[in-house]
Design a protein around this ligand. Structure first.
Ligand SMILES: Cc1cc2nc3c(=O)[nH]c(=O)nc-3n(C[C@H](O)[C@H](O)[C@H](O)COP(=O)(O)OP(=O)(O)OC[C@H]3O[C@@H](n4cnc5c(N)ncnc54)[C@H](O)[C@@H]3O)c2cc1C
Length: 391
């Protein structure tokens, strides 16, 4: 008789990965087990990431920052490997994955893709090592899903630029050494590389969050921030610049959300085997098995979708609309898995002694940032009908 399937990998997903992919995944998994899992529940409850600078350096040392970028001290890993790293980080906590996504896919990618050679040399090696943390300022208090209407403005003063405005909900803001800030200019939206010690720049932290509590989220205030001429990305104009970066970060989320889902499913599965009611383990009841089966089905379908998109990204054929399919599906299913897993733990499901409630709360942010569910539905709807329903 053939051996029983591994309940953690029933479809043989690991067989689709190379030895190098598995090595990258295991490195990040072990780092999380050692450095994050023993502390994360406390950090989350306290609403802080007290060792964020130390963690950033360690993430740099294992090659996780700007992991899929090439040159300038970056690891040059494949998109699939980067995805696997995101999955492992988010299995620990979405806050950790957010730190890495914003650093690598938003701030570093923006400089790598659109920066001048001088900007790349100045920032990327120090960001890859974790010496400098970056943030990415697109969202504003009054402009989230519709960033084209942003009000933050950059005006010329002689050869300098002067920036004024406010950004909102900016991950890593208060701890960043460099901010990529998108602003209106007379030439359309342009991106600026802003050292955060520039006079007039401040990043007050946003407190009282019920989600992503182990992540630094801030406002960015730009009050007559004067920058030299070469602080701007030289070529790119319009939303194409920020959207190209968001596409990278969304891709990481396609994988990452499944990490949170995996943690929830595993917790519920193990609980269902040991917890007894009516003289039997919960996992022996058909209703519990139906829940576990549906969760496992969606998790593994999501993994196959993530791998498909990763292979397309590695082949250079991934389209932003395809990323929308992945982001929409995998985050929506991950949050459903978290909610169902919570029910299996009963009252224990709401306790931070178990990771499920933390993941479920985190996934509320993941559902909203990097394009809300509705925005990705609209992107897919436009693909299917040719009609733009955004406005
Ligand atoms: C924890 C956290 C971290 C974040 N980090 C960053 C960051 O690092 N950098 C950054 O720039 N931003 C960041 N964001 C901001 C995030 O990208 C925005 O919250 C998101 O784009 C949604 O914008 P909004 O919150 O203003 O919602 P709104 O745009 O006001 O939307 C509210 C609701 O209306 C819906 N809606 C809007 N327009 C339409 C439409 N045309 N049709 C149908 N429904 C519509 C939306 O889908 C949503 O359900 C972060 C957010 C959070 C919560």
């Amino acid at each position: 008789m053939s051996p029983a399937l591994d309940p953690r990998d029933p479809l043989g997903f690991d067989d689709l990965l190379s030895a190098e992919d598995l090595a990258v995944r295991d490195t990040v998994r072990e780092w999380c087990a050692d450095r994050v899992l023993p502390h994360i529940a406390d950090w989350y409850e306290a609403g802080e990431l007290p060792t964020i600078r130390e963690l950033a350096r360690e993430l740099g040392s294992i090659g996780a920052l700007g992991m899929h970028l090439h040159g300038y001290g970056c690891a040059g890993a494949s998109a699939v490997q980067y995805g696997l790293a995101c999955l492992e980080l988010e299995a620990a906590d979405s806050g950790l994955r957010s730190l890495v996504s914003v650093q690598g896919s938003l701030a570093m990618y923006a400089i790598h893709r659109w920066g001048s050679e001088e900007q790349k040399q100045a920032w990327l090696p120090r960001m890859a090592s974790g010496e400098v943390i970056g943030c990415f300022g697109l969202t504003e208090p009054d402009h989230g899903s519709d960033p084209a209407s942003m009000r933050t403005a950059a005006k010329r003063d002689g050869s300098d630029w002067v920036l004024n405005g406010r950004k909102m909900w900016i991950t890593n803001g208060a701890v960043a050494g460099v901010a990529v800030v998108w602003a209106q200019t007379e030439d359309g939206i342009r991106g600026f590389v802003v050292p955060t010690d520039t006079p007039g720049f401040s990043a007050p932290e946003i407190k009282h969050k019920g989600s992503l509590r182990a992540s630094v989220t801030s406002e960015l205030v730009l009050d007559n921030v004067r920058l030299p001429q070469d602080a701007v990305f030289p070529e790119v104009r319009g939303l194409k610049g920020p959207l190209s970066c968001l596409n990278q970060a969304r891709y990481g989320i396609v994988w990452g959300a499944l990490g949170a889902a995996r943690s929830c499913l595993e917790t519920a599965r193990e609980y269902s085997i040991t917890r007894e009611q009516f003289g039997k383990p919960l996992g022996a009841f058909q209703l519990t098995q139906a829940k576990l089966a549906d969760m496992s089905l969606e998790l593994n379908k999501g993994l196959l979708l993530a791998l498909h998109l990763g292979n397309r990204m590695d082949a250079g054929t991934l389209r932003p609309e395809q990323v929308s399919y992945g982001k929409l599906n995998n985050v929506r299913e991950a949050i459903q898995i978290a909610r169902t897993a919570r029910t299996i733990l009963g009252a224990n499901g709401i306790s931070y002694e178990y990771p499920i409630m933390r993941h479920a709360n985190n996934l509320e942010s993941v559902l909203t940032y990097e394009g809300t569910v509705e925005m990705h539905q609209l992107v897919i709807g436009k693909t299917l009908t040719g009609q733009d329903a955004f406005r």
